[in-house]
Design a protein around this ligand. Structure first.
Ligand SMILES: [Zn+2]
Length: 226
């Protein structure tokens, strides 16, 4: 099992990549690919810059790996972990499945186009020939959502017809809960985050991290006792 603090640090890096996208008026979805503890690709969504709706962060990362390892990229992907700030869409999930990626760790669910449990489960449908892949959801989910909100706020402020002040404020208190059971089983969640955090899964809570990436959620029972 990879230490959750490692997942945390890598998701931080994916978030930094996503922040770069904001500076060029691009939808801030960022990802990195990690092969044997080395980052082999960093990319963000480029659909606006390229005017090409298929240029999602995952496809950009795929192109980078193909360029780096033209002969062996398929073998590389089978042992690679994707860290992406937003759940891969149905199109990207299909690519990742075909590549038989080892694991996908994502931040927030993609409620409109998610292909890893939110809308479809491309990652583990039995109708596919390729090996299914597992996902770990909810790592720095609120940070991922906040970046998206910042982007839409900026876009909205550019619109001359936008007079709705409510939509001009960055909402930092309200976030939709995560129904973890859509993405993985309870025991898988506990294997990923620790036996003691089953209550986070049961109550659809957000994972709370300290600055070192350790999970600091406390169950209500524990809080009452202390
Ligand atoms: Zn996609």
């Amino acid at each position: 099992m990879v230490d959750i603090r490692v997942h945390y640090m890598r998701m931080k890096e994916a978030l930094r990549v996503a922040e770069t996208a904001l500076t060029v008026q691009e939808v801030p979805v960022g990802c990195i690919l990690v092969y044997k503890n080395t980052i082999i690709a960093r990319s963000f969504n480029q659909t606006n810059l390229s005017l090409n709706g298929t240029k999602h962060a995952e496809f950009e990362a795929y192109d980078q790996v193909r360029a780096l390892y033209p002969d062996t990229y398929r073998d590389i992907f089978r042992d690679t972990v994707l860290y992406v700030t937003v759940e891969p869409c149905i199109m990207c999930a299909s690519l990742l499945r075909q590549l038989e990626i080892k694991l996908v760790v994502f931040g927030c669910p993609n409620e409109r186009f998610g292909g890893n449990g939110s809308i479809f489960t491309v990652n583990k449908d039995t109708s596919h020939f390729e090996r299914p892949y597992k996902v770990i959801p909810g790592v720095l989910s609120r940070e991922a959502v906040t970046l998206l909100r910042k982007f839409y706020l900026l876009e909205n402020s550019k619109s001359p017809t936008s007079k709705d002040k409510k939509h001009r404020r960055l909402e930092l208190n309200e976030f939709p809960p995560i129904d973890y059971s859509r993405y993985l089983e309870r025991d898988e969640f506990q294997r990923a985050f620790g036996e003691e955090f089953g209550f986070v899964f049961d109550s659809n809570l957000f994972l709370e991290f300290d600055e070192n990436g350790s999970i600091v959620n406390e169950s209500k029972n524990k809080r009452i006792k202390t």
